[in-house]
Ligand binder design. Structure first.
Ligand code: CTP
Length: 395
């Protein structure tokens, strides 16, 4: 018996389901364990994000017989499942497994195993403590409890970071989140120098960056990445965007992207299937538009350039103080600008076709640069001058 209660941070609905599961596992002699973050966080006296249960045996078969199941999403590749119960509670349930890596950075092959073997394939000692549901005790083969007390992130397997380089990001994330030190810092630095990340896909790296950016202490995560040379930066600080105050994941990613200094990591931001299309488009076009906008000398140039940009692009440009007035100007113009209707031009006897489009564009240019109120009367009285303007532009 241990002085540890895994249900301390569960809400009433979760406790209800958990107690039903305990009875079910006991009655059917199923070896089941709470594992990973939920044990770590309960030991740290902080509410866990989710509950992971590992069973020895075929999880898919065991789940089929559980009471109160609403829905199950099962992933055969890693024999993991998300189980949704009728009262809205969700637990993750997995088959205890062993892992082998064909080569560094590849996804592992998995085989059903015992809890001891399952703990051996995990990332850090602090994540390899299991709570034995049947025997009500903790299993701690790698001294994880002691390392939690010592505030230390420490790998389990010799080649852990090379086999799965995403663990470097995970180590940073946990060390920042809990204020733990990185026991393996020297090895991590060596791995980064040897370009370990080249063995994994852009998507897997981007997923880790997104997880970092989603944490409460996200800026510290990114500074740690700079310190460890995982990313390089042109500036020391992630500044707030004065024009767009809302704090959300995509805006955080914009502020990170803006100060990145290495094309490798920039390419990861631009070419992945993790992020929204419009965000990636903004990353791809940011440099070009920034240069063009710096050169713009009149309102219509600013308007035409920025009107093709999406909101993330405007946010990225908003970090450059030299462009603030041009962005504010654009927003003001955008808010107040109404295009002249084609029917007024047709009423002047101009035939349908390219010329109508050219007149609309010319009126827009004059209007944006002079703030003249251009209505149908103005158009009627000045059509000759407008046509001259177009002709002049085309010669
Ligand atoms: N794990 C691992 N190696 C990885 C990813 C996960 O060994 N590359 C193991 C760890 O034991 C981890 C568990 O799988 O505790 C669950 O992973 P995850 O849900 O990502 O992390 P949590 O520990 O639950 O932490 P968080 O609070 O960030 O969700």
């Amino acid at each position: 018996m241990v002085d540890f209660s895994i249900t301390d941070f569960l809400n009433e609905d979760e406790k209800y389901i958990f107690n039903i599961l305990v009875k079910y596992f006991k009655r059917n002699n199923i070896r089941a364990y709470v594992v990973g973050g939920s044990v770590r966080d309960t030991l740290l006296r902080t509410p866990p994000k989710d509950v992971d249960i590992a069973v020895e045996g075929d999880v898919q078969f065991i789940i089929k017989k559980l009471p109160l199941i609403d829905k199950v999403i099962y992933h055969e590749r890693f024999k993991t499942s998300s189980v949704y119960f009728k009262n809205g509670v969700q637990f993750d349930m997995i088959t205890c497994r062993e892992e082998t890596y064909a080569k560094y950075g590849s996804l592992p092959e998995v085989y059903p195993a015992t809890i001891v073997e399952d703990l051996a394939r995990r990332d850090f000692t602090v994540n390899a403590v299991a709570y034995d549901i049947i025997n009500n005790c903790l299993i701690d083969p790698y001294n994880g409890i002691e390392h939690i007390k010592q505030k230390n992130i420490k790998k389990i397997k010799k080649d852990s970071y090379r086999e799965d380089p995403t663990r470097i990001f995970r180590a940073v994330r946990y060390s920042v989140r809990y204020g733990f030190s990185l026991e393996d810092e020297e090895e991590i630095l060596r791995c980064i120098e040897e370009n370990t990340f080249s063995s994994i896909s852009y998507d897997r790296i981007m997923k880790e960056i997104v997880l970092m950016a989603g944490e409460e202490r996200w800026k510290q995560n990114i500074y740690e990445c700079f310190r460890l040379n995982i990313m390089k930066s042109s500036e020391n600080f992630l500044i707030e965007n004065k024009l767009f105050l809302k704090d959300c994941l995509n805006i955080r990613l914009c502020s990170i992207y803006r100060i990145l200094n290495d094309s490798n990591v920039k390419n990861i931001f631009k070419n992945n299937s993790m992020l929204e299309k419009s965000l990636k488009k903004a990353f791809r076009e940011y440099d070009r538009v920034e240069i063009e906008l710096l050169k713009c000398r009149d309102n219509s140039c600013i308007f035409n350039l920025l009107d093709k940009c999406n909101v993330y692009h405007l946010i990225l440009l908003g970090y450059n103080k030299n462009l603030t007035y041009k962005l504010l100007n654009y927003m003001n113009l955008k808010y107040n600008y109404k295009e002249i209707k084609a029917k007024y031009i047709l009423e002047l006897g101009i035939e349908k076709g390219r010329l109508i489009h050219d007149i609309i564009e010319e009126v827009k240019r004059v209007r944006l640069n002079t703030f003249l109120e251009i209505d149908e009367n103005y158009l009627r009285n000045n059509i000759g001058e407008i046509l001259n303007g177009i002709e002049h532009k085309n010669t």
